[in-house]
Ligand binder design. Structure first.
Ligand SMILES: C[S@@+](CC[C@H](N)C(=O)[O-])C[C@H]1O[C@@H](n2cnc3c(N)ncnc32)[C@H](O)[C@@H]1O
Length: 283
């Protein structure tokens, strides 16, 4: 595991941003939860946050329906806008959304969904034991000690033989992601800072903000194995998103199809989506 940083340009007079999001207000800013777009109707919501949004939600959906049955009680952690939760509910699944706090616009649009405020670091899920726990793009927020506690809390919240399905919210820690996180993105933002300060006469400064943690696949597998979980499946996909974090590659990929195709080949070293399925031991 290593700390995962992003480089940002901010106004030179602003204070440096706090590292890693700590509370729901921080997550509201990072995830842009306050934006009202997409809440005029359910159709508008699905168009905005599912059909026309990041492809990862559709990949999640396939993996979820392949691993969950209609009879099982499913608890989602860190639900945010509850995108997959709403789609599954429409299909007849028994889902509960949870997060540090409830997003009111989502609750208003989907009154048929259950919502609970639950911090997974604070203890086992207090309501009842569930058959499946799902966490999509949440665990990258926790360092190894915290993640171990979270795994123990999930174990205590699951029925024996229950399932955990999660996506790590980014590619693994390897030589390629190190190169891209530090060298490519840091260097590009440095050049951009010089450009805006000299040529556009703005006063911007470059800061490094911790986004979360990158884990190797084998570190994840070991952590879960130590707590009595067996790996059932891993699905890796989306080979372009990590490379498109680069300003240059992102722009080229969006405008030239052949570049996008090329990135989707070389990007196999850093799949953005890594969905793990683990089963809790029966005892
Ligand atoms: C990157 S967002 C992902 C949201 C959603 N799952 C998705 O894929 O769109 C991470 C979410 O985890 C939530 N979160 C952060 N720490 C948490 C914790 N300790 N317990 C439960 N949820 C947490 C945040 O509030 C945020 O909504």
């Amino acid at each position: 595991m290593r700390a995962w940083y992003k480089y940002l340009l901010i106004d030179a007079k602003e204070d440096a941003l706090k590292d890693i999001d700590e509370n729901f207000e921080d997550h509201i800013k990072t995830m842009n939860y306050a934006q009202e777009k997409g809440f005029s109707s359910k159709e508008d919501f699905y168009q905005t946050y599912y059909e026309n949004h990041h492809e990862r939600y559709k990949t999640y959906q396939q993996m979820l329906t392949a691993n969950i049955s209609l009879e099982e009680e499913v608890l989602f952690l860190g639900s945010g806008r509850c995108v997959n939760e709403a789609v599954l509910k429409e299909q007849g699944y028994r889902v509960t959304c949870s997060d540090l706090n409830v997003l009111k616009p989502v609750q208003t649009l989907f009154p048929e969904l259950s919502y609970v405020s639950y911090d997974v670091t604070k203890g086992v899920y207090p309501e009842k034991k569930v058959d499946v726990i799902v966490a999509l793009s949440v665990f990258f927020l926790f360092d190894q000690n915290r993640l171990r506690e979270v795994i123990q809390n999930m174990k205590g919240s699951l029925t024996p033989g229950g399932t955990i399905i999660f996506d790590m919210g980014g590619a693994e820690d390897n030589v390629w992601t190190r190169f891209f996180d530090w060298i490519v993105q840091g260097f590009e933002m440095f050049i951009k800072m010089i450009y805006v300060n000299l040529l556009r006469a703005q006063r911007m400064k470059l800061i490094k903000k911790q986004h979360g943690f990158r884990y190797k696949d084998k570190e994840i597998i070991n952590l879960f194995a130590q707590e009595g979980f067996t790996l059932k499946d891993i699905d890796r996909s989306d080979y372009t998103t990590e490379l498109e974090r680069s300003l240059v590659l992102g722009r080229l990929s969006r405008s030239i199809m052949v570049v996008r195709k090329f990135l989707s080949r070389i990007g196999r070293v850093s799949p953005y989506v890594r969905i793990f399925v683990f089963q809790r031991e029966h005892s």
